[in-house]
Design a protein around this ligand. Sequence first.
Ligand code: GH3
Ligand code: MG
Ligand code: MG
Ligand code: MG
Length: 298
Amino acid sequence: MNERQSVLIVDDEVSNIEILSAALEDDYEIYFATSGEEAVDIARTNMPDLILLDVLMPGTDGYVVCSTLKADPLVGDVPIIFTTALGDRDAEVRGLTLGAIDYITKPISPVAVRARVRNHLDMKRMRDQLAEMAVTDALTGLGNRRRLERVLDQSAVRLAMNESLLSLIIVDIDFFKRYNDAYGHTAGDRCLSMVASALKRAMQRTADVAVRYGGEEFACVLPECSHAEAMEVARQIHQRVQLLDIPHRASDAAAFVTVSVGVATAACVAGGAPEAWVRAADEQLYLAKSAGRNQVMG
Ligand code: GH3
Ligand code: MG
Ligand code: MG
Ligand code: MG
């Protein structure tokens, strides 16, 4: 999380960009734009951590840029600071009401701008960390249930737009209650972490998302993935867990920890709602359990 943060400076006067850039370039990566249109483009492409935004510009002015960006789900939470010659209260209130986090009037003091930018970027970093924590499972480092819900909702939107595929894999550790009873809860936690890393290693593409969504239940969301490909990933997961070779003397399935796995692909699920995908994968998991556990069904 300690990579260099970036600032987008927007001003139609190049001399203003130079002053602000000189004050910030030692500490941050700088992007700049000299018009409102360019600002929106660069913000969407480069996802800066903060935007310094002039109000008065020919064409699209700063207020419009601010409203446009705030309404955009991708960049809506990037903090915006107005830097403007408009010194009156009404202009300031208007800027802040549109969602800007701060308002600095020209002529600007480079040291004061640097101090404000630092404070806002520190808060941004903390906010990003909290947002990441909110979708992360503390024990395994995988995503959590909230992450799963978000990814499935996003996938539903994408699937509705283009006719791609989406596969879902659900993994459940066999006889895990007995594992805890036999080896203790701490060993159980360690087992969960090991299974999680086996799962992570079986994910091949950056778009694939793995989560722990219940106690000893995991899910993998595989965008653009056919049923046959997902079955292959599921078999990989099953095999990698087996290769961990974690002793489990109380299991009826094997002498080591095993998983049951259910696979479903959105194209073969009627309806197309995320709940239906989860239900379909869950049904396959249930079949794997009733057929004796320690296997993949899909
Ligand atoms: P099955 O083969 O049918 O899946 O049986 P099971 O025992 O694995 O399933 P069950 O749902 O009966 O029990 C799940 C157990 O997982 C119960 C609980 O003690 C354990 N568990 C859930 N969350 C955690 C956790 O965070 N840490 C540990 N150590 N155990 C957990
Ligand atoms: Mg201007
Ligand atoms: Mg379970
Ligand atoms: Mg289980």
